[in-house]
Design a protein around this ligand. Sequence first.
Ligand SMILES: [Zn+2]
Length: 278
Amino acid sequence: MITKFSIVDFLQKFPNDGICLDYLFKAKYGNLDVCPGCKKENPKFYKIKGRTCYSCSSCRHQIHPMVGTIMEGSTTALQKWFTAIFLFAVSKNGVSAKELERALGVTYKCAWRIGHKIRSLMEDDDQLSGLVEIDESMFGGKKKGKRGWGAAGKELLFGMVERGEQGRIKAVVVKSRKRNVLIPIIRETVEEGSVVHTDAFRVYRMLNYCGYDHKIKDGAKIHQNSIEGYWGNFKNSIRGTHSFVSGKHLQSYLNEFGFRYNRRNSETPMFDLILQRI
Ligand SMILES: [Zn+2]
C-alpha cells in the first residue's frame, strides 16, 4: 500500500514495469483462491518473462492483468501510468496535462489522454441520503457580455451533497435549470425520504411531492454551506490547475473532484482506491 505522499518514495517503491505489473496483478487477483483454468486451490502464478502475463504453475492458464484496464493496448510504460495515477491520488487540485507531460516525459497529447483515462475511473453513482443540500452554480464563460443564467460560454453545474464530516457529493453538468432536467437527476441521486435543502428557486417546490422533506434556505439552520463551499473549492482548483477547461470535459473534472471528496476520510490510500477501479 502506498502511504507516503512523496514522489521520491513512490519511485523507490515502483522503480520499473515489472514491479508495477506484480502490484497490479495482486490488486486485481489478490484473492485468487482457485485457478480459473484447472480449479486447483491456492494456485501459484508466475510471471512469463518478457510478457505482461502470468501463468498457473499447474495448468499454464494465463492471466493478463492489463487486459480490460485503461492501460490495455497502450504503448506507454506501465510505470508511467502508475506515476500518473499516483499524481492523481496525491493531488488536491487535480492534475493538468502539462504537469503529466513533464512528470512522465511523454508528449502533451499522450499526457492529455492518460489524464482523461484516469478520470474515467473516477465516476461515482452511489445514492445520497440523510440531509442533502442541493444547488446550482455557474462555471466559466467570458467576464464581459450577458450575465446570469444562460450567459454565453457558461456551464451550469448541479450538485447534491450530504451534510457532515462523512458527507458525499454528486455533481453533474446540466443543460438548463428546467424542472424536467433537475428533478429527474435528484430522484435518481437522492434517496426518497431524505431531507433536502435548496434555495427558493421555484422548480424545487415540487420536491415535497416527490417523497422528500424539502426545506428552503433561511440563512440560519437551513443553509447550503456545504455545497457552496464545494463549488468554491472546485472552481478555484480548476482555475489554478488547468489553463483551459472545455464544457465537454467539465463533467470528468467534476467526477475527479467528487471521487477525492467522497474518499477524503478513507483508510485505504487514494492510490489503491483508484487502482481498484482500473
Ligand atoms: Zn491452473
